[in-house]
Ligand binder design. Sequence first.
Ligand SMILES: [Zn+2]
Length: 98
Amino acid sequence: MSIIHFEEIRQSIQVKGICQKCSKRRSRTVSAGMTVNPFNKNPDGTVRTRSEIYNAVNEKLRVSTDKMKENFICKSCFDALPWPQEWPEKKGVSNAKT
Ligand SMILES: [Zn+2]
């Protein structure tokens, strides 16, 4: 038995905003990734190609970025929040199996 490593397509983007908790101007990095594998399929059941995965990752990233802009909070305030709370990284923005 061998371990197969699938290639991961990962993208990240920096979001700037004013923290709603401490009112400081901060920036955070949002990242999203997906692996290229035979189980990563399109809604129509076909296996996603690298460029389709690339698009899907960008879409995930766009959703996370929009969410973050809506309710911007800096990393240190975020880490101090009680669990669970309304934040995409901890809730899991996407149900897509990666
Ligand atoms: Zn803050």
